[in-house]
Write a protein that binds this ligand. Sequence first.
Ligand SMILES: Cc1cc2nc3c(=O)[nH]c(=O)nc-3n(C[C@H](O)[C@H](O)[C@H](O)COP(=O)(O)OP(=O)(O)OC[C@H]3O[C@@H](n4cnc5c(N)ncnc54)[C@H](O)[C@@H]3O)c2cc1C
Length: 285
Amino acid sequence: MTRLSDVSGDTRYKQYLDQGFVALIDHMGSDQTIEFATRMSYGKGTRMVSDTKNLLRYLVRNYHTSPIEMGEVQFHLKVPIFVMRQLVRHRTANLNEYSARYSELTDEFYVPPSNRLAKQSTTNKQGSGEAFNKDVGSKIESVIEDAHSFALNSYRKLLDKGLTRELARGVMPVNGYTELVWKCDLKNFFNLLKLRLDPHAQQEIVELAELMYIAVQPHFPILTEAFEDYWLNGESLSRFEITALMQLLFSKSREDLIAAITSASKHRPDCLSKREITEFVDKFK
Ligand SMILES: Cc1cc2nc3c(=O)[nH]c(=O)nc-3n(C[C@H](O)[C@H](O)[C@H](O)COP(=O)(O)OP(=O)(O)OC[C@H]3O[C@@H](n4cnc5c(N)ncnc54)[C@H](O)[C@@H]3O)c2cc1C
C-alpha cells in the first residue's frame, strides 16, 4: 500500500486524516467543453444565451445534467475501510481497490484525534454528540490502539501459520486503511458532494469530500460556482413549504422581490443574470 511518505514530494497529494491521502490524478473537460456539449445539442437555440456563465448556470438551475456528465474526475485515495464503505455506495463511480487477497495489509489504522472523540448523539442515531473530557478521551484512544495491535498481531500470526491472505484479512478492523483509484463524472460527483458535505454526514467523509472538491474546483470554476449557488447551498422545498412562502410573499410586488434577491446577491453583483432574477420572481407570482 502506498504510504504518505512515498508521495510526499508530489503536490497533487494532500494528507487526509492521519495516514490517508487524496490526489486528483486526472480529469477530463473544462467549463468550455461542457458548454460545447450543450451548444451542440441545442444547435441554433443557444444564440439567446450570451456567455458560458449564463449557459452553465442555466444547466445547473434546470437540472439539464447530461452535458455536466461530460466532465470527469479521477482520484487516487487512501481512506479507512469504514469511509470506503460509504464511498462505495456512490454506485455511479468506477473504482479499483487495493487487493488484500493479492497483497498483505499494512499496519496503518485510523486513530481519531482526541477532539473527535465524542459520545453517541442522543438526538441523531447516526451522529456524534458531546465531546469526552481529556482523561476519558485518552483512555478511549488506548482501547482503540490496543484493538489495532491485537488485530494486527493476529493477522500476522495467521499469515505465519500459512493461512491464505483472503481469509487472514478477516480479523482486521474497519479503521484499517485501504487504497483505490476512483473515477466519477461531474454530475454524480456533485451529487456525492451535496450528500457528503452535509453536516449530517460522518465527519471523516466530510473531510474527504472537502479535499476532493478543493482539488476539482479550479478546473471548473464557472460550473462549480453554479453548483455551490444552486445545489450545494440551495434547498428544494415541499409543496406545503412553497405554499407557506407564497402566502407570506403574496402582498409583495415584483419590484419588492427583485430588490430582495438583488440585495441577497449584492456581494457578487454580476452573479445573477436578468433571466435568473425573472425566474426567481416567477416562482412566487
Ligand atoms: C447521511 C447518509 C447516511 C446514509 N446511510 C446509509 C445506510 O445506513 N446504509 C446504506 O446502505 N447507505 C447509506 N447511505 C448511502 C445512500 O443511501 C446512497 O446510497 C448514497 O448516498 C449514494 O447516493 P446516490 O444513490 O444518489 O448516488 P449514486 O449511487 O452515485 O447514484 C447517483 C444517481 O444515479 C441513480 N442510480 C444509481 N444507481 C441506481 C439504480 N440501481 N437504480 C436507479 N437509479 C440509480 C440515482 O438517480 C442516483 O441518485 C447514506 C448516505 C448518507 C449521505
